[in-house]
Design a protein around this ligand. Structure first.
Ligand code: MRU
Length: 357
């Protein structure tokens, strides 16, 4: 069954990147037209677009925009490739935690490395656009497969809790954790869905409930602080979250608050799942301690809708992600199947077996 979502966060049209401004959701649906790679960097930094796979897709299209920009001043193909390699490093710096950003940019760069001075700059640009489009469409396929692998697991429970936004707004398809829930729901609409608010940027409240409602699916919004209460009262059958980076041992970085949910789930004997494509794994790092965690502006904590909600001048910390150690994770749902058990071996074997990219 091919499951679709009504939400479309990004569109490549006539050499422009149209992105739905997620900062304005759910109040306003406004697409911004990005025509330069600097605008793409800004859109990623400011979270116009967000979510690990979507950040990677946007970055790849950013490389295409850079090609179109610089073809005007670099008529020599080798010089253009060298310039684009510098741009790639710049785009990679836009957000530090989601590994999909590096993954997508590295794919574009590896294509460029195979090009020679005999091809024209225009052919080079066509190659980048083709690769960016492939990354976009390929992520949609991965989401479908995750949905298929994960739906049965979710449907063995009568309710599910999720955090942050992991749907179409975060990916090239129906989503990771959200896609699994969507697929489960299509098979069994009686499943009860809880979405946690996800302070400070409220991706759960603003984006996930928006996506469920747009797709005609009932969900219940709860504050982050209510998760333990519902788990203790047996109202949560399982928990499923996305991922921004998964280390070689399965330790998983995801939206701040995910670790708390995992610990609470274990305490209450509730299975805790991660759903992520293989492009979110970083086998270059052994464990979660090595994952860089983004700290964002303190305004995100001190203000809501531009209004100060705390004592002026208070000291603030605003880590955007946390790391859930592998021991709390019941299974990792990927496009290649559900990984569980000894994560170091299982992850290594999966990457050895799958013809990846
Ligand atoms: O800061 P964000 O909104 O980019 O964080 C997003 C998340 O943490 C998601 O859970 C993660 O990227 C997985 S999305 C498919």
């Amino acid at each position: 069954m091919n499951i679709t979502s009504k939400v479309k966060p990004l569109l490549w049209k006539e050499n422009q990147l149209l992105v739905l401004d997620q900062r304005l959701l759910p109040y306003e649906k406004k697409y911004l037209e990005l025509v330069s790679y600097k605008q793409v960097i800004n859109a990623i930094k400011e979270m116009v677009v967000r979510g690990a796979p979507l950040i990677g897709i946007t970055a790849a299209y950013g490389m295409a925009l850079a090609g179109l920009e610089f073809v005007k001043s670099y008529t020599n193909t080798v010089q253009l490739i060298n310039k684009l390699k510098l741009v790639a490093e710049e785009i990679k710096q836009s957000r530090p935690t989601a590994i999909n950003l590096k993954w997508a940019i590295d794919l574009v760069i590896s294509d460029l490395k195979t090009q020679t001075s005999t091809i024209t700059p225009q052919v080079l640009i066509d190659t980048i656009i083709k690769r960016a489009t492939w990354i976009h469409e390929d992520d949609a396929i991965r989401c479908q497969k995750m949905g298929e692998h994960g739906a049965t697991i979710i449907n063995s429970h009568s309710s599910v809790l999720t955090i942050c936004n992991t749907g179409a707004l975060a990916t090239g398809g129906i989503g990771t954790a959200f896609g699994v829930i969507l697929t489960a729901y299509k098979k069994n609409p009686t499943i009860k869905i809880f979405a946690s608010e996800t302070r400070p940027r409220q991706q759960g409240a603003r984006l996930t409930t928006f996506e469920f409602i747009e797709n005609g699916i009932e969900c219940t919004l709860i504050s982050d602080t209510a998760c333990g209460y519902l788990m203790q009262r047996n109202e949560v059958g399982c928990v499923i979250a996305g991922a921004d980076r998964i280390a070689a041992n399965g330790d998983t970085a995801n939206k701040i608050g995910t670790y708390q949910l995992a610990v609470l789930a274990k305490e209450n004997n509730i299975p805790f799942y991660i759903a992520a494509p293989l492009s979110t794994f970083d086998l270059s790092i052994k464990n979660g301690v090595e994952i860089p965690i983004e700290e964002r502006n303190e305004d995100e904590v001190t203000h809501i809708n531009g209004k100060l909600i705390c004592a002026n001048g208070v000291t603030v910390r605003n880590p955007a992600f946390d790391v859930t150690p592998n021991k709390y994770i019941t299974g990792i749902i990927t496009e290649a199947g559900v990984l569980s058990g000894n994560y170091i071996d299982v992850i290594k074997n999966t990457f050895n077996q799958v013809a990846f990219v």
